[in-house]
Design a binder for this molecule. Structure first.
Ligand code: AHR
Length: 490
């Protein structure tokens, strides 16, 4: 056991958390939509084919925003295929899949309302452009009286969908993308699309594509060039990042939260550099609209070879260590909540997801469900700056932590111990909080770091009540090796 410490003081405020930090992502990919959120004929499906058991879990997860319909999928997507009575069957080159288009915008909006989430729509700037983005916006948001808006009414949606958040394409720096572009080409297209969309609906929030991840060779220059072209037209630049134990390096994997923080800080620096160069007062904020643990190398070693509808793709089965890393990624996002205003865990169901749904069978929570749901529930309010002091775990401190003060005055400490060998004996100075006590305390860990949940043992891994004490203003807790802890004070 080694010592660790930090101070919780409401005077050190980072900023207020935007609830949209707890977003998720539904892509037409594998079984996320088909046999995920949508499965007509399933015993739990409603009259629209939406799985009620999955909806219950989505609500429990605490998701606020859901990005749709991709992802790589959107860069070859024709939105018109997914509305009205005639649904063409198409090839989806992004995932070598057959898209029936049975599920489209209207179905998604029905699902989003049932789930209680706000939609974040992505437009295709890969194989399509300004006109198609404007057509989709007019169809979705214009009340009525034009051909496109009346078409939506005819399709059964009398009221406009009123979609506020829009992504201007997806990962346009990625050569794997249909319609991949240079930064200059994309920046101009994003600016033109944004300008045209705002002429139709001025109240939109628009996200420009940043780099596909921090390892892209153009990371930094891509953001700078895109923002030189589109700074005045956009509100956010996107970040995407997935983490896995590369070459079996588990210590580096456990440090993923630190890598995410460095990526965020570098992106903020680029945004603010362009702001200074252009002499603008407006700040461009960050939308971390794809993040998660993803065993990407498994997919790369075994890509799909046959065209199929709703194939089993990217169905990662998460263990305890993955959940702890997800907890650390959530801490990283919260620690930068002043600039990261929106974030989407990718994805929601079946595909690298916190929720698993079997075709015709049950749905359950993966290990990574738990840190997300706890952060989404208790990570609301004002983030307090905490600077943990602890021994190292590889290249980073073992302790990764943040604290959030809710509107009701309660304070929640989120803490991850990244050490694989040592428990941390945490002493947190909470004197500045006044007369508070420990309300609740949980830990997610296991002697078997490879333990997972399954259909037969769906609650094998979950947060369990832990012992924490608060005496003379000092909170004490033992954080086991590779663990995620949540301690509420009030
Ligand atoms: O979430 C899986 C894929 O990862 C998305 O389609 C793409 O945007 C990213 O590369």
């Amino acid at each position: 056991m080694t010592d660790a410490s930090l101070t919780i003081d409401p005077a050190f405020s980072i900023g207020t958390v935007d609830p949209r930090l707890f977003g998720s992502f539904v892509e037409h990919l594998g079984r996320c939509v088909y046999t995920g959120i949508y499965e007509p004929g399933h015993p739990a499906a409603d009259e629209s084919g939406l799985r009620r058991d999955v909806l219950d879990l989505v609500r429990e997860l605490g998701v606020t925003v859901v990005r749709y319909p991709g992802g790589n999928f959107v860069s070859g997507y024709r939105w018109e295929d997914g509305v009205g009575p005639d649904r063409p069957v198409r090839l989806d080159p992004a995932w070598k899949s057959i898209e029936t288009n049975e599920f489209g915008l209207g179905e998604f909006m029905t699902w989003a309302r049932a789930a209680g989430v706000a939609p974040m729509m992505a437009v295709n700037l890969g194989t399509r452009g300004v006109q198609e983005a404007c057509d989709l916006l007019e169809y979705a948001n214009h009340p009525s009286g034009t051909t496109l808006s009346d078409l939506r009414v005819k399709h059964g949606a009398a009221e406009p969908y009123d979609i506020r958040m829009w992504c201007l394409g997806n990962e346009m720096d990625g050569p794997w993308q249909t319609g991949h572009k240079t930064a200059r080409e994309y920046g101009r297209l994003a600016a033109e699309t944004a300008r045209a969309m705002r002429m139709i609906d001025p109240g939109l929030e628009l996200v420009a594509c940043g780099s596909s991840n921090a390892e892209m060779p153009t990371f930094g220059t891509w953001e700078a060039t895109v923002l030189e072209e589109a700074y005045d037209q956009v509100d956010y630049v996107s970040l995407h990042s997935y983490y896995e134990p590369k070459d079996g390096d588990v210590t580096a994997f456990l440090a993923s939260g630190a890598a995410m923080e460095a990526y965020i800080e570098d992106t903020i620096a680029t945004c603010d550099h362009v702001r200074a160069k252009l002499r603008r007062s407006k700040r461009v904020n960050l939308s971390f609209d794809e993040w998660n643990v993803w065993y990407l190398s498994r997919f790369q070693n075994d890509p799909p070879t046959e065209w199929a509808h709703a194939p089993r793709l990217l169905e990662d089965h998460y263990n305890v260590m993955d959940a702890v890393v997800v907890g650390s990624l959530l801490i990283a996002l919260l620690r930068h909540a002043d600039r990261v205003r929106m974030a989407c865990q990718a994805q929601l169901v079946n595909v690298i997801a916190p929720i698993v749904a079997q075709p015709g069978g049950p749905a359950w929570r993966q290990t990574i469900f738990h840190p997300f749901s706890q952060a989404a529930r208790y990570g609301r309010g004002e983030v307090l700056r905490v600077e943990p002091v602890s021994p190292a775990a590889g290249e980073v401190p073992a302790l990764h932590a943040t604290a959030v003060r809710g509107e009701d005055g309660t304070v929640t400490l989120f803490a991850v111990n990244r050490s694989r060998s040592d428990a941390l004996d945490l002493a947190a100075d909470a004197r500045a909080l006044g007369d508070v006590r420990v309300l609740e305390s949980w830990v997610l860990t296991d002697s078997d770091l490879d333990a997972r949940n399954s259909a037969t043992d769906p609650d094998r891994v979950r947060p369990r009540t832990a012992a924490s004490t608060l005496e003379d203003g000092v909170l004490r807790a033992v954080l086991p090796p590779v663990s995620w802890s949540v301690i509420r004070l009030g």
